[in-house]
Each structure stands twice: as structure tokens, then as C-alpha cells.
Write a protein that binds this ligand. Structure first.
Ligand code: GTP
Ligand code: MG
Length: 205
């Protein structure tokens, strides 16, 4: 899929105020600093559409970006960031869980995982939460430029083995690097194919 246009629409902390259009939406979630915002810039070929930072905790709100005028990418704050106060952490958790539980347009979440790290409870628990809510999700491994090809394969295999302890089937998964533009077509083609399936379903009803 080609990206012809990508524009920021709105930021907010209240799912009720998110855009009302009934168009497909894909949301990026994962630990702070894993590379959610950078991935949005890489996929859309825009240097600073989404704000990024070397310090965790940069994205604080639900950010909608409209792509090709017919679907949304959503940048969310990271979880597992210890330096925010307990009360702001709880507030964050509430608006993020509200987003996942109430957002009708959400077609799929993507849980971002730093490819260098072993499976972490916070990520596995978040996937469990999505599964219990019957919210479809894929996994996007980030920062693949930090490992050699053999290590990439080993880390992905180890991660998949861990997932198969809890899941009967593996979710769709992708290896990416925002700094080296790795995995761009894989992610965009997956979204493109999903959008087409939705369109066909709509037309047949
Ligand atoms: P929060 O908004 O704080 O939750 O973080 P985020 O997940 O949006 O991460 P962000 O995209 O802001 O990136 C965090 C840091 O990781 C930045 O310094 C990025 O330059 C770096 N980074 C992101 N993606 C990659 C990547 O693919 N490779 C490398 N080497 N660095 C990356
Ligand atoms: Mg961010």
C-alpha cells in the first residue's frame, strides 16, 4: 500500500472525543520508548508527524492520524513508565483501557516489542488483556537495526515460543526498524489487506 497523505487530526485523553468517522483504525501500544511514535513516522515517510523523544513518556495522549483520507493510525502513550506519579499512571491506565474497551472503529492493536529484550510480563499481560477483551492484535518488533540478522531470528523465535505457552495461535508479527526503514511494506500491506477485507464485507452486506 502506498501512503499518499498522512495528517494529524486530534489529541485527547477521552475516548468519547475521538473522531466519529466509521473508518478502520489501528493503534500502536507498548512500553514507553519502544518506538511507537517513530514507527508512525517511518510508515508514513514523515520525519516528525508523531512526536518522538529519547526520554520515555513523550506521548501522553491518544493521537489520531488520518492516512490516505480513509483510515486512522493511533499513537498512544507507553505503559510501564516508572517515573510518572502513581496517580497519573492510574489516570493513564483508565483512559487507555477505556480506549481499547470502547473504540468501535478499532480494527487491530499492534503491541510493540523491543526486539532486543526477552519477553516481559508487562507486555505478555497486556496481550492477555487484549485477548480477554477479544481485541485483535499483532506484534511489531522494533529496533531491529540493533541486532544482527541471526540474532533477530533467534529473538523472534524465542518470543514466539513464549507466546505459544499461552496462545494456541501466534498473532501476526512483524520485524521493523524505524531508523533503517525495515518492515515498512510488511506492516502497510497487512493493514492494506485488512482494509480491503473490511471494504468487501461492507459491500456484501
Ligand atoms: P513514548 O511516547 O514515550 O511512549 O515512546 P515511543 O514508544 O513513542 O518511542 P519513540 O518513538 O519516541 O522513540 C523512543 C526512542 O527510541 C527515540 O530515541 C527513537 O529515536 C528511538 N527509536 C525508535 N525506533 C527506533 C529504531 O527502529 N531503531 C533505533 N535504533 N532507535 C529507535
Ligand atoms: Mg510516543
Amino acid at each position: 500500500m502506498k501512503i499518499k497523505s498522512a495528517e494529524f487530526v486530534v489529541s485527547n485523553s477521552d475516548v468519547a472525543k475521538c473522531p466519529k468517522n466509521a473508518i478502520p483504525e489501528y493503534a500502536f501500544i507498548g512500553r514507553s520508548n519502544v518506538g511507537k511514535s517513530s514507527l508512525i513516522n517511518m510508515l508514513t515517510d514523515r520525519k516528525s508527524l508523531a512526536k518522538t523523544s529519547g526520554r520515555p513518556g513523550k506521548t501522553q495522549l491518544i493521537n489520531h492520524f488520518i492516512i490516505n483520507d480513509n483510515w486512522y493510525l493511533v499513537d498512544l502513550p507507553g505503559y510501564g513508565y516508572a517515573r510518572v506519579s502513581k496517580s497519573s499512571k492510574q489516570k493513564f491506565q483508565k483512559f487507555i483501557t477505556n480506549y481499547f474497551e470502547q473504540r468501535q472503529q478499532l480494527v487491530s492493536a499492534f503491541v510493540l516489542i523491543d526486539i532486543r529484550h526477552k519477553p516481559q510480563p508487562v507486555d505478555l499481560e497486556f496481550m492477555q488483556y487484549l485477548g480477554e477483551g477479544e481485541i485483535p492484535f499483532g506484534i511489531i518488533f522494533t529496533k531491529a537495526d540493533k541486532l544482527k540478522p541471526q540474532a533477530i531470528e533467534r529473538h523472534v523465535n524465542e518470543y514466539c515460543q513464549e507466546l505459544l505457552k499461552f496462545w494456541e495461535e501466534l498473532p501476526p508479527h512483524f520485524v521493523t526498524s524505524s531508523s533503517k526503514s525495515i518492515g515498512k511494506d510488511d506492516v502497510l500491506n497487512f493493514i492494506g489487506a485488512t482494509n480491503e477485507e473490511i471494504e468487501q464485507l461492507r459491500n456484501s452486506n
